[in-house]
Design a protein around this ligand. Structure first.
Ligand SMILES: *Cc1c(COP(=O)(O)O)cnc(C)c1O
Length: 310
């Protein structure tokens, strides 16, 4: 099980590659939320999302990098792995399901990775990635069940709680659960009275339902919000979340979209849907957090054409 020691080591590994991201609060946003809201700007990462922390840590700790890596992803996980592979000179292959967003293909290819299009769903794309791993000897990287990804993304919570140990709560959006698991590890070690509250789309509740039931379940995946779109839960982050998470909210895509617009108008921040889900969580719990100090992680800014209004 990942511990604070793993996260502290990940922080040292990342230091030469990624500066600390900014965290600001915006009085006009605070007024709407009725709380002090610290926005952690992971949208300012070089790939536009927090996951790059995990990709760099995984590649830096890989002792047989000459094998190359392969994964399946439509978005930010792909860019994270491709970014890490580029730093360490490893070959990277990303399998995307059919009809991918051309902008996402271009972003991954621009980082020097190879994109293979196969399968109708993420599950099928991942099975294809498994086949490529067997055929070419690549290391198969799961988007969720990788302790190095969890420790890597955990470093962002180290940055938050080192600067603001007085926070009452941190709101974290969940897809696979690595981010919320990392937050749980860090908060339990450094700020035991700071609550960690996970947020997922009600249109894709696999991680929420698995956490609540205490077993891994599959759920329909109907959300239009990319970073939150997972149909099944991952064992490693679930185990960590079970021990460290205080609460888990399900919110409708429409409510998350409203929070995304609020990020734009009240925090001059372009968030993708998943990057605004944490703020949506605070607004959904307005009474409970009135007058309190909370952090929301703007996990990414890679907005889709729909989210950009184009
Ligand atoms: C992947 C992702 C999430 C969800 O993070 P997990 O660690 O998979 O739970 C949230 N926001 C963005 C922007 C993402 O790319």
């Amino acid at each position: 099980m990942t511990t604070i020691t793993d996260v502290l080591r990940a922080k040292r590994l990342l230091a030469p590659y990624l500066p600390e991201t900014p965290m600001w609060s915006y009085p006009v946003l605070d007024a709407v939320a009725g709380a002090e809201v610290c926005v952690k700007h992971e949208n300012a990462q070089p790939t536009g999302a927090f996951k790059v922390r995990g990709g760099i840590v995984l590649l830096s700790r890989m002792t047989d990098r000459e094998r190359g890596v392969v994964t399946a992803s439509t978005g930010n996980h792909a860019q994270s792995l491709a970014y890490g592979a580029r730093i360490f000179g490893a070959a990277c292959t990303v399998v995307m399901p059919e009809n991918p967003n051309p902008g996402k293909v271009a972003a991954v290819e621009a980082l020097g990775a190879r994109v293979v299009i196969a399968g109708e769903s993420m599950v099928e794309a991942f099975e294809h990635a498994r086949g490529l791993a067997e055929e070419h000897g690549f290391r198969l990287v799961s988007p969720g069940d990788e302790p190095d990804l969890l420790a890597g993304v955990g470093t962002l919570y180290l940055e938050i709680l080192t600067r603001r140990p007085d926070l009452d709560a941190i709101f974290v959006p969940v897809g696979s659960g690595t981010g919320a698991a990392g937050a749980s590890v860090v908060a339990r070690a450094l700020a035991p009275r700071c609550k960690v509250i996970a947020v997922q789309s009600a249109q894709a509740p696999a991680a929420h339902d698995s956490w609540q039931l205490g077993e891994l379940v599959h759920r329909p995946m109907k959300t239009r919000i990319d970073g939150l779109a997972t149909g099944s839960a991952f064992a490693i982050p679930q185990e960590v979340m079970r021990a460290g998470l205080d609460d888990f909210l399900l919110l409708d895509d429409d409510v998350i979209d409203q929070a995304r617009r609020l990020m734009l108008t009240h925090a001059h921040t372009l968030a993708e849907g998943a990057g605004a889900a944490a703020l949506a969580g605070v607004l959904a719990r307005r009474e409970e957090y009135a007058g309190k100090k909370v952090a929301v992680v703007c996990t990414g800014g890679n907005a889709s054409p729909r989210e950009l209004g184009m």
